[in-house]
Design a protein around this ligand. Structure first.
Ligand code: ATP
Ligand code: MG
Length: 226
């Protein structure tokens, strides 16, 4: 088992206040090593909130998140940072590339805290991945000079640069045309097949969801199989 979410509750605001919004309500989920899973759900249903909890970017109000037997919800901030850097690749809904850094600099940022030898390997890996998603020729450009789809592909490369165990992707194909959705799906499936990367992908693309195999829908704060 890679991840186990146990009776998670998460809301925003003060529970006593009328503006309080319960987003995840008693949500449980188990994901096996190497599994591929698509998560669907209407806007505002809590998909991003869920990914943030799994990736340790936010904390549940109740319940636990267990990663390979370790309860990450008990980690200190420093332990959580280390865990995230080693194990998690995050593709954000809005790519969050640093505008003042080039594409290549952006994808190498997660490797900066690593040892020198690891950083050298990372450069090779960056080239391989950037070529694979077709933006190696854009490596020295700033994100502002790229299309939305090209930025999204750079964000996927950045997420993959430290060879994580789990990729959390929040609508990674939202800005892509059909052909590039196919390419992105191909890349994710290849990483899953060859490196055993576990995929948890939030998507509105029926095509991408179908390729993931297992599809769950977030509804009323819980996950239901589709
Ligand atoms: N930091 C926050 N503070 C207050 N409310 C928040 C916060 N983050 C999310 N919410 C609320 O929680 C709900 C779920 O948000 P979330 O971003 O998880 O939805 P989503 O399913 O990812 O939606 P979308 O498909 O539009 O991206 C929304 O009603 C949102 O307004
Ligand atoms: Mg979202």
């Amino acid at each position: 088992m890679l991840i186990k979410l146990d009776h998670i509750r998460k809301g925003f605001g003060d529970p006593g206040d009328p503006s309080y919004r319960a987003v995840l309500r008693d949500l449980s989920l188990e994901v096996e090593e190497g599994e591929r899973m698509a998560i669907l759900g209407p806007s505002g249903s809590g998909k991003t909130t869920l990914l943030n909890l799994i990736g340790g970017l936010d904390h549940p109000d109740e319940g636990s998140v267990v990663f390979r037997g370790e309860e990450i919800t008990r980690y200190t901030a420093a332990e959580m940072d280390r865990f995230r850097n080693r194990q998690i690749g995050f593709v954000f809904q809005f790519h969050h590339l640093l505008p003042q850094c080039t594409v290549l600099e952006n994808v190498l940022i997660p490797t900066l805290i690593r040892e020198k030898t690891e950083r050298e390997e990372a450069l090779e890996r960056a080239e391989k991945l950037l070529r694979r998603v077709g933006i190696w020729d854009h490596r020295d450009k700033l994100p502002g000079k790229l299309s939305g789809g090209e930025c999204q592909r750079a964000a996927v490369v950045r997420a993959m640069i430290n060879a994580p165990s789990l990729l959390l992707a929040d609508e990674p194909t939202g800005a892509l045309d059909r052909e590039n959705v196919e390419k992105m799906a191909g890349l994710l499936l290849e990483l899953n097949r060859e490196d055993g990367l576990t995929l948890l992908v939030v998507t509105h693309s029926a095509g991408l969801a179908e390729k993931m195999g297992n599809t769950l829908e977030l509804r009323n704060g819980k996950l239901e199989s589709v």
